[in-house]
Design a protein around this ligand. Structure first.
Ligand code: NDP
Ligand code: MG
Length: 385
């Protein structure tokens, strides 16, 4: 039986994770939801709490927490709030597994709290590894905690590596990228791209922030950094290839040039479930792949000139230290401004590139230093518009 703490329960990943929990229960696989957390979406969280009966619910927003307490007076739930509440939920005593699916850097402290409490960590919140990769992986090593990737590319690589003789047998990781809604667009069209256009992803239905990240290819840049930390490989051993169909979720090329790919319909419920049932594989809600119906799969080089965020991230990874935290913080701020209609699409790569370049690549020795680099990068973005 899995005893789960689910952070980001009301988001795209969180809602699908609860679908997976229902599906597992229908097969006699018990998953008890011990804690739920979100920022402020009280109504959905209340419905989830009434269905899954957690011991604790955390809301980042204190006003929402107050509202939630009122609404659930008839239930015996510990209602937590703020960052402290998120961290308490992440480390909730009766849970053994924490699935972190909040969006953004705000997930860093809860991730560290879960690891510190010795929970098995299923990680969707990639920003955590991008900004604080050294702290997170070192804490996991010290506490003997397993990090199970939920991000589809990283789950794919993790699946391809099952049975691998070790890191020295791996020549490179090949991350696939859908290319997003603006694949093939030139600078002129990109300059006029609107949030509505950027939010229309061709193959995946996800939260707004990651959808914009896919349109800029920042998402793939973040994922290169995420892969470097999860699998302990340098930037030079991580390739990116555009694959429009999102059927091959990523690949591993081994020393003998044999390549193993993980394929499937684009459905996040498979990687979410695998993170919860690993190493076992059991029926999932993901549909079967129909290869003849697909006919062909295509692969292209990424367009690094028009989608600069990819190389900004790879460069930040190579420079190391706090550079990735700055790139990530600047991106979070820039995406927010783009969604508010306050900056143009091409301002995102420009601001992220400048913020990353301004950050000295000093080591990310403490959480405070990572948070400070993040704050500086956000302030730089807000001040430059
Ligand atoms: P969504 O925007 O759909 O959901 C975000 C979730 O995080 C919501 O539950 C939200 O709560 C919560 N949240 C946001 N801010 C805070 C905060 N300050 N404190 C507590 N909770 C907060 O995002 P996604 O589900 O799309 O993405 C989640 C993470 O998973 C991201 O890191 C993303 O990169 C990654 N990921 C997502 C994929 C997908 O298919 N969606 C695929 C691969 C990775 P509320 O609803 O109350 O605002
Ligand atoms: Mg991904």
């Amino acid at each position: 039986m899995t005893k789960l703490a689910l952070l980001g329960a009301t988001g795209s990943i969180g809602v699908q994770a609860l679908e997976v929990v229902r599906g597992l229960a229908a097969q006699g696989e018990r998953v008890e939801v011990k804690a739920l957390a979100a920022r402020s979406r009280v109504q959905l969280l209340e419905r989830q709490a009434r269905e899954f009966r957690p011991e604790a619910v955390a809301l980042f927003d204190p006003t929402a927490a107050k509202d939630f307490r009122e609404r659930t007076r008839d239930m015996s739930i510990t209602v937590l709030e703020g960052m402290e509440g998120l961290c308490q939920a992440a480390a909730w005593d009766s849970a053994d597994t924490t699935l972190n699916a909040v969006v953004g850097m705000v997930g860093l402290q809860p991730t560290l709290a879960a690891i510190g409490a010795g929970k098995r960590l299923a990680l969707a919140n990639k920003e955590t590894l991008v900004a604080g990769g050294s702290l997170v992986t070192e804490a996991a090593r010290q506490n003997g905690v397993e990090i199970l990737p939920v991000d589809s590319e990283h789950s794919a690589i993790f699946q391809c590596l099952q049975g691998s003789p070790g890191r020295q047998a791996v020549k490179k990781l090949i991350l696939t990228a859908s290319g997003g809604p603006f694949f093939g667009w030139d600078a002129q069209r990109l300059a006029a791209a609107t949030p509505e256009q950027a939010l229309a992803h061709p193959t995946w239905d996800m939260g707004a922030k990651i959808t914009i990240d896919c349109a800029t290819m920042m998402n793939k840049g973040l994922e290169v950094i995420e892969a470097a930390w999860l699998f302990g490989l340098p930037a030079g051993q991580i390739d990116v290839v555009v694959h429009r169909e999102s059927i091959v979720h990523s690949m591993v090329q081994f020393a003998d040039n044999g390549v193993i790919a993980q394929m499937g319909t684009p459905d996040m419920r498979l990687p979410i479930q695998y993170a919860l049932t690993w190493p076992r594989r059991i029926p999932s809600p993901a549909g079967e792949l129909d290869l003849p119906a697909l006919g062909k799969l295509t692969f292209y080089q990424p367009d690094r000139e028009h989608f600069r965020c990819l190389d900004v991230c790879i460069d930040a990874l190579k420079r190391g230290g706090l550079a990735p935290a700055a790139a990530n913080g600047a991106n979070e701020a820039a995406v927010e401004l783009f969604l508010q209609g306050r900056i143009s699409f091409l301002e995102i790569p420009r601001l992220v590139g400048e913020a990353a370049a301004r950050q000295a690549a000093v080591p990310a020795a403490t959480v405070e230093e990572v948070l400070e680099a993040d704050r500086r990068a956000r302030a730089f973005v807000r001040e430059s518009i």
